[in-house]
Design a binder for this molecule. Structure first.
Ligand code: F6R
Length: 603
């Protein structure tokens, strides 16, 4: 959510800042801007919209220098306009910011009209405070430290000072910030992906850290202002590789990658037909598991609740982080709390993790970015291992979250004595079958494209499922909403008659997710209920289900028969492709849907 990059170097920075912004565009794309120091003066270029607009502005009126900061914005305070685009400048100071300055109104008021504010943002006040401190005679270092002390909230900051060329001032409180190390150059970035073309050696700032970066030095200070040293992490190229390959969109590429990524995830948790325990994880030490996440990751948690209860007989709750953190949840003294997050940076999920730590829970972070804040702060960090996910709509991270959670539920069952060696082997063989089943599900692509052309003509749609396919119905509706902008709702199939069925009329599209399992007949009854009210039903099922109920539906998407326990992972594929092709038919921006950002680092 908002992306920051900065370069202090020995070569012109503007094109490289723009390239870094393009890599960060998945974090927000409402507006973008850069500021450089050219001959001792701050120069700025900003544009509303995506980075291409900034590029056009820069070719119309070029600026460049040997030091610069840049930003791509996901608007929080103030509309996506040029005036609200970062960097914000006051006098000699230019600032880029990710996060929210919560006390900005008080700080703004404290100037009592003495300064002229040009934007509606919470960020601009940072530039004014620091510029005022410089005008009062402070050194840039002291002025930056003084500024940080005034700010409340969660933020990452990058600052340059016009007459102090050669220094970037950076700070991290709540929002992530990495320093990339170069040869005669150094960098700051919201993540390693931003700096992929520049550096593989990252120093991750810790909570409360600030830093002064020059072309040849990096000084880091902790929250008390004491100089500290932080480890350097070498980033694996695969973890930052972000090309689309032959695919039209990142989302499509990532859907196809699931043949590989589901297996890759499993390899972290499987040893042949045995499940492998992540270091330090023993489910017998706990009497209750609390899963916490946001959005798609929370739906993975919802599916996992069924697995932990059914496979491991382990009491398990799932909550969305933004509710969990504010409802004073009562946690068991022997509780285990697991946050699930692709980015490992989602503000609400991170706050929930901290709450759980405070309440004495042992904490696990199941994350895709192993250098993320959640990974660093949890007692145990375990990998989703789906590789970088760039499409804003989560796909491969979801199926990999499911795969990891499935294996962990088998582990919990094994450790807690609920399943024997034979059952463990059966369950793990089922997991090993997933990559091939995902491959076969991808063959539905052409059929889904035809169905999507029809779905695209509707204003709303319903997704129904029971058991672990209820959360998959929620995920299907979310995917459709976020990339095609068609209103969609997911329901537990048995719940529809308690109200929402009133919305079913002639031609209402209803997608029923029902593989052949013990709940199949009940879901088919619910399908009949909507059919008799005129719904146009697409049934997503397996070969057995298609044989028994396919003739009732208007269309059937049939995946091969599969072990029941892993069906939610496999059935995710047609659900994702249906949303993708519908969005494509409507001509929306699949990888960067309106109003969204990939990494939600504000509340
Ligand atoms: C939807 C989507 C979001 C994320 C949510 C949590 O396609 O991607 O709902 O799942 O914002 O993000 P992470 O997993 O990074 O915590």
């Amino acid at each position: 959510m908002c992306g920051i990059i900065g370069i202090v170097g020995n070569r012109p920075v503007a094109p490289r800042l723009v390239d870094g912004l393009k890599r960060l565009e998945y974090r927000g794309y409402d507006s973008a801007g850069i500021a450089v120091i050219e001959g001792g003066d701050l120069k700025r270029s900003r544009a509303k919209g995506k980075i291409v607009e900034l590029e056009a502005e820069l070719s119309r009126a070029p600026i460049d220098g040997l030091i610069g900061i840049a930003h791509t914005r996901w608007a929080t305070h103030g509309k996506p306009t040029v005036a609200n685009a970062h960097p914000h400048i006051s006098g000699r100071v230019a600032v880029v910011h990710n996060g929210i300055i919560e006390n900005y109104e008080t700080l703004r008021a404290s100037f009592d009209g003495a300064r002229n504010f040009e934007s509606d943002t919470d960020t601009e006040v940072v530039a004014h405070i620091m510029d005022a401190a410089l005008s009062a005679g402070m050194t840039p270092k002291d002025a930056f430290a003084h500024t940080l002390k005034q700010l409340h909230g969660a933020f990452a900051l990058g600052v340059i000072v016009g007459d102090n060329a050669g220094h970037i001032y950076a700070a991290r409180r709540g929002s992530p910030l990495a320093i990339g190390l170069g040869d005669g150059e150094n960098y700051i970035g919201s993540d390693a992906i931003a700096l992929a073309a520049l550096s593989s050696d990252m120093v991750y700032l810790e909570e409360g850290d600030s830093a002064i970066i020059t072309a040849n030095s990096v000084e880091i200070f902790d929250e008390n202002g004491t100089a500290v040293s932080r480890d350097t992490t070498r980033i694996d190229d695969a973890a930052i590789a972000t090309d689309k390959g032959p695919f039209a969109h990142y989302m499509l590429k990532e859907v196809h990658e699931q043949v590989r990524t589901t297996g890759q995830t499993l390899s972290n948790y499987a040893d042949g037909e045995s499940v492998k325990a992540p270091e330090g994880l023993d489910f017998t030490a706990f009497d209750r598991l609390t899963l916490i996440a946001c959005g798609t990751a929370s739906y993975a948690g919802h599916v996992a609740k069924y697995w932990f209860e059914q496979i491991a007989q382990m009491p398990c709750e799932i909550d969305i982080a933004s509710e969990f953190r504010y409802r004073s949840p009562v946690l068991s003294p022997r509780g285990l709390a697991m946050v699930i997050s692709q980015s490992g940076e989602t503000a609400d999920t991170l706050a929930a993790l901290r709450y759980c730590k405070e309440k004495g829970q042992t904490t696990i972070a199941l994350v895709n970015v192993m250098t993320s804040t959640m990974a660093r702060e949890a007692d145990i960090a375990i990998p989703i291992d789906a590789g970088p996910e760039i499409g804003v709509a989560s796909t491969k991270a979801f199926t990999s979250q499911l795969m990891a959670l499935y294996a962990l539920s088998v582990l919990a069952g094994k450790q807690r004595g609920g399943i024997d060696v034979a059952a463990e082997a059966d369950l793990m063989k089922a997991a090993a079958a997933v990559p091939a089943l995902v491959g076969k599900s991808l063959l539905l692509d052409a059929q889904i494209k035809t169905l999507a052309a029809d779905l695209a003509g509707n204003r709303s749609a319903f997704y129904l499922g029971r058991g672990p396919h209820f959360p998959l119905a929620l995920e299907g509706a979310l995917k459709l909403k976020e990339i095609s902008y068609i209103h969609a709702e997911g329901y537990a199939a048995g719940e529809l008659k308690h109200g929402p069925i009133a919305l079913i009329e002639d031609g209402t599209p209803v997608i029923v997710i029902a593989p052949f399992d013990e709940l199949f007949e009940k879901t088919v009854s619910n399908m009949q209920e909507v059919l008799s009210r005129g719904a146009k039903v697409t049934l997503i099922t397996d070969a057995k289900g298609a044989k028994l109920a396919g003739h009732m539906a208007h269309a059937v998407l049939t995946v091969p028969d599969m072990p029941q326990t892993v069906a939610p992972i496999v059935l995710s594929v047609p659900v994702q492709l249906l949303a993708y092709h519908t969005a494509l038919a409507l001509g929306t921006d699949v990888d960067q849907p309106r109003n969204l950002a990939k990494s939600v680092t504000v509340e």
